[in-house]
Design a protein around this ligand. Sequence first.
Ligand code: NAP
Length: 283
Amino acid sequence: MAEILNGITTSKAIKSEVLARAQALRAKGTEPRLEVILVGDDPASAIYVKHKEKDCAECGIKGSTRRLPADTGQEKLLALIAELNADPSVHGILIQQPFPQGIDTFAVTGAVDPRKDVDALHPENVGLIALDRPRFLPCTPAGVMALLDTYGINPKGLHCVVVGRSHIVGKPMAQLLLARHATVSICHSRTPDLGAITRQADILVSAVGRLGLITGDMIKPGAVVIDVAMNKKPDGKLAGDVVFGEAEPLAAYITPVPGGVGPMTRAILMQNTILAAERCVER
Ligand code: NAP
């Protein structure tokens, strides 16, 4: 039976450290502040934004959300980003994805002041991550790394297989593992015989978004299984890519969904925001 990698308890420890840092900043007269922009009415995005507001409250960060209608044009969105960039009381800016159609993701992420880009998606910040000199850590991959570290799992020399190559999860996940001296394979939708690769994984990270994609026969006994995905089951409950009931008896460690990577991602966002505020005070 696998040991559960508990993202709830681990994220609480990170958030309490963030709270202490926020209190120290407040004592010096700075109120750390995160502004989230939500365009449109995607129900999942609305839930994620609510979670962020709750996290901010728990961490002593002033968090607010600018809600814009789905038909907001790109120019209007860019104007709001410029306003927040120019506001010295705003330390972190996050634009909730996915964006409605007609909005160019590259243009929008590139418009955020890189020093306020707590989601680490600005091209300059993406480049710094690729160069192993991150200004901000990518939230989900860094959350996974923090979870591995908490449980004493060192990826050095291990074969890590990342399924998914998105800019937000798969690619930066592979980069962080590589920076920690893992041997990394990246799989995607054009990878033939996915199981042949995942069965080689000492650490398997699945970030696809397909319920039941990773079955027990695709897992090496004793592997560490990290399920990043958040899929809705027909009953409305959340589940990952991994068939938990098949993987759990085989794996050495496994993340649950929910309660695994999700809370870790949110904790790293709080950590990035406090870092942005601290740097602002230092400038
Ligand atoms: P994404 O942009 O849609 O990327 C999905 C990736 O999976 C793509 O690289 C795609 O390959 C690959 N893929 C699709 N079908 C595949 C298949 N049959 N076999 C192998 N690879 C396949 O998604 P994302 O934004 O990275 O998110 C992935 C999942 O993580 C989603 O469920 C999302 O909700 C969840 N998520 C969770 C957190 C968290 O905090 N827990 C944070 C972010 C995202 P191609 O590149 O070839 O299309």
